[in-house]
Write a protein that binds this ligand. Structure first.
Ligand SMILES: *Cc1c(COP(=O)(O)O)cnc(C)c1O
Length: 384
């Protein structure tokens, strides 16, 4: 059916009607008084979302652009960095660091497993001459649905004392608690088409005072993504280059919605959606790809046995207008991924699980009692 598409991928995520309507206007001049007022409001609310008094800067870029800004503003050629990598996005950090000639070491885990913070601690403890300039982490590894233990990794970085901690929070910001100031994080990068509930096109970077100190001596080349420019103009509620004005209208509306719901409620909702989805998948007898104690709040990956992941996706799309994500790289055809990030409610999960059950029946999968998934998800919602 036309216009009934339900996006359950980990980005772009669904966009609320009031956010879409906020965008449906002529752009205004980005040097106008009206725009300055919007910038002032949005800047404050971004700080609220990041739980920081420090700077949160906005870029006309996708999440990867924000990640790149998070590297080039704070490091110099040849700097030693430690990158955690347990999926596609961890690999992206590695590629990005190598592209800029950084001396890149890794702590890895198999795709589907979490990084062991102890391995990060060992690497940091071995660096007695304090050569490591940064520890670079993917918080929610979207390719596998694994949540890495940022709090524990960060504790070890703080014990080292010198290295910055630079984090991809693209699918954890606005889904789980990340108190930027309280944890003394240095740089976190995110993108608009994930927890922000707006279309793709904006990247966000939060920067600590310690990272700004490093900025002064960092020598990697930078121009469009020079965060110092954005900081200087943000102080005047402006931007150095023409911003995507209509996306900022959308951001203004989305941040208002988030404030009305409240951070605690937003985190609780994502926790509930995750719990319900995982309970349903277990009840259907399908193996979950990420362990219970490292479950991403944004995405649940499923590794079906005896029924093809791509066939499941194809039937869900064709019969039910539901789009779920496939596996990336070597996981293609092995897993499918259910996004539950941003503008997603309990009803969406019930609809998705019921449709998944019907799909499994159509594909002749025998491993479950019809209704068991919906019952398990309902139970989570009723108890919550
Ligand atoms: C989506 C995503 C990104 C950013 O990807 P873009 O396509 O550049 O927006 C980065 N990291 C993670 C974990 C993501 O899920």
């Amino acid at each position: 059916m036309n216009d009934k598409l339900m996006l359950m991928i980990p980005g772009p995520t669904p966009v609320p009607e009031q956010v879409l309507l906020a965008m449906a206007k002529h752009p205004i001049g980005h040097r106008s008084g009206d725009f300055t007022k919007i910038m002032a409001e949005v800047t404050q609310n971004l700080k609220w979302l990041h739980q920081t008094q420090s700077d949160v800067l906005m870029l006309a870029a996708s999440g990867t652009g924000a990640m790149e800004a998070g590297i080039i503003n704070f490091l110099s050629p040849g700097d030693r960095v430690l990158v955690t990598s347990n999926g596609k996005f961890g690999e992206r950090w590695v590629e990005l660091c190598q592209a800029y000639g950084l001396n890149t070491e890794t702590v890895t885990a198999e795709w589907g497993q979490a990084i062991d913070p102890e391995q990060v601690r060992e690497k940091l403890a071995a660096d007695t001459t304090k050569q490591l300039k940064a520890v670079i982490v993917t918080h929610s590894e979207t390719s596998t649905g694994v949540l890495n233990d940022l709090e524990a990794i960060n504790r070890h970085v703080k014990a080292h004392g010198q290295a910055l901690i630079i984090v991809d929070v693209v699918t954890s910001l606005g889904a789980i608690n990340i108190p930027f100031d309280e944890w003394e994080l240095d740089v976190v990068a995110s993108g608009s088409q994930k927890g922000f509930m707006i279309p793709p096109g904006l990247g966000f970077v939060a920067v600590s005072p310690k990272a700004w100190e490093t900025y002064k001596t960092a020598k990697l080349p930078r121009y469009y993504l020079d965060l110092g420019k954005y900081r200087k103009d943000a102080a005047k509620n402006s931007t150095p280059f023409t911003p995507p004005v209509n996306l900022i209208f959308a951001l203004q509306a989305a941040l208002k919605m988030m404030q009305a719901e409240g951070l605690e409620n937003i985190f609780a909702r994502h926790q509930r959606l995750t719990a319900a989805t995982r309970a349903a998948i277990k009840a259907l007898g399908l193996p979950l790809f990420a362990p219970d104690d490292a479950a991403s709040p944004a995405i649940t990956a499923v590794a079906p046995q005896g029924v093809d992941a791509e066939q499941i996706r194809a039937v869900l799309k064709k019969r039910f207008d539901i789009v779920m994500a496939g596996g990336q790289d070597h996981l293609n055809g092995k897993i499918f991924r259910i996004g539950h990030l941003g503008f997603v409610g309990d009803r969406d999960i019930l609809a998705a699980v019921a449709s998944l059950e019907a799909t499994l029946q159509e594909l002749g999968y025998q491993g479950f009692t019809p209704g068991a998934g919906v019952a398990a998800a309902s139970q989570v919602f009723v108890k919550a």
